[in-house]
Design a protein around this ligand. Structure first.
Ligand SMILES: *Cc1c(COP(=O)(O)O)cnc(C)c1O
Length: 383
């Protein structure tokens, strides 16, 4: 049987807005401004409003957003940046691209986001090492993985105690909040991705940095374009990470639909949780007034992950695994193992258990029914 319920469907949302998107595209084509123009500025302002931050700086991808946020915070080559190994490789790659050293930390067993206790233990350990071997950890990147906010209260306390800047990786978490504060404004800066399958998706690559700091925003505007503050004169060693007018115009159209999209994701997650609760599988955390989940992915956990995945596939249902191997177990990143304090038991264990069910706003009720029935059958038939 071929897959007729895909795991994700980035074209579905675009199709619904096709007319408005085509109008927006035509306007850009006729305008003659194709990069960092009025559409980008308007998107920056609208996104600042939506993310509850003072300034937003549009860049070319989520990875660039992380890298430039670190650089704007003054992170120097050789300095340490703590983050999780259970994340998209982009988080770690951004750290190495500014010459810094990723110091990998375990995740919390419930939220699968950065474990504050292990962060503290890791920082204390690195601080005690002989000077020649010591990594000076200057920043931490909590990843709001799957759309679930990390424990920012605890992380902020540790960051203050150890003098770290906080850069939030919000690539999967636009729409998430702690209390009434959206993610992205809970540290020095927040990095967002508009990769097509993210909660707010472009039709190509794009990203954004959000910050309340005017000086950080100014540094980011310079870094994204060759380090210019004046044309053709570089005051900093910047890069080319500009956003296209076309992507900005399309993102603005999609942003008008975002609240409705998010409501659909919330409803789908609630339906899954309701239907799957009786089964011997571990379900993701649900939203509360304290912590709002953006439901970028709906990730269940079971020791029988591979069999369940095959069963779903045989019944035409696509799934994903985010991610099959933690970053430090991937061939290019084995060198990071030496900086890990005491192993990463939760990280190493969960990657065999996690399974991402279909999740996108246009997923229909009867499809969710079929997915849940298929999972029920797997457990009741003792397959
Ligand atoms: C998608 C993603 C990124 C990178 O974003 P790109 O736009 O693909 O560069 C970074 N971190 C996480 C957690 C992501 O999911």
């Amino acid at each position: 049987m071929s897959i007729d319920i895909p795991f994700a469907d980035p074209s579905a949302g675009v199709r619904l807005l096709r007319r408005d998107i085509l109008d927006a595209v035509a306007k850009v084509l006729d305008s003659g401004r194709y990069i960092l123009g009025p559409q980008v500025t308007a998107l920056e302002n609208e996104f600042a409003e939506a993310s509850g931050t003072r300034h937003c700086v549009a860049v070319a991808s989520g990875t660039d957003a992380l890298e430039l946020a670190l650089r704007a915070n003054g992170i120097q080559p050789g300095e340490g940046v703590a983050t999780v190994s259970h994340t998209a490789v982009a988080t770690v790659s951004a750290i190495e691209r500014c010459g810094a050293v990723p110091v990998l930390v375990d995740v919390d067993e419930d939220t699968l986001t950065l474990c504050p206790n292990h962060l503290e233990k890791t920082l204390a350990h690195h601080r005690q090492r002989p000077k020649s071997e010591r990594i000076r950890v200057r920043a931490v990147i909590p990843v709001h993985l799957y759309g679930c906010p990390a424990d920012m209260m605890a992380i902020r306390k540790i960051a203050v105690a150890f003098g770290l800047s906080i850069i939030e990786d919000c690539a999967q978490a636009f729409g998430a909040a702690l209390g009434d504060k959206p993610v992205g404004g809970l540290g020095a800066a927040g990095a967002f991705s508009f990769y097509p399958t993210k909660n707010l998706g472009a039709v190509g690559d794009a990203g954004m940095v959000a910050t309340d700091s005017e000086s950080l925003a100014a540094a980011l505007r310079s870094l994204r374009q060759y380090g210019w503050t004046r044309r053709y004169i570089s005051d900093a060693r910047g890069v080319n990470s500009r956003m296209d007018e076309l992507q900005a115009a399309i993102l603005r159209v999609r942003l008008t639909q975002f609240a409705a999209d998010q409501a659909h994701r919330d409803a789908i997650a609630a339906q899954y949780t309701d239907r799957l609760r009786p089964l011997p599988i571990r379900l993701p955390p649900v939203s509360s007034r304290r912590s709002r989940h953006a439901h970028h992915l709906y990730v269940i956990r079971t020791e029988r992950r591979d069999d369940l995945r095959r069963h779903l596939e045989e019944n035409g249902i696509g799934t994903g695994i985010h991610y099959p191997a933690p970053v430090h177990k991937q061939p290019a990143y084995a060198h990071l193992t030496g900086h890990i304090v005491g192993g990463l038991p939760v990280t190493n264990n969960i990657c065999r258990q996690i399974l991402s069910l279909p999740m996108f706003p246009e997923l229909e009720g009867h499809q969710i029914d079929r997915i849940c029935e298929t999972i029920h059958r797997f457990f009741s038939d003792g397959l």
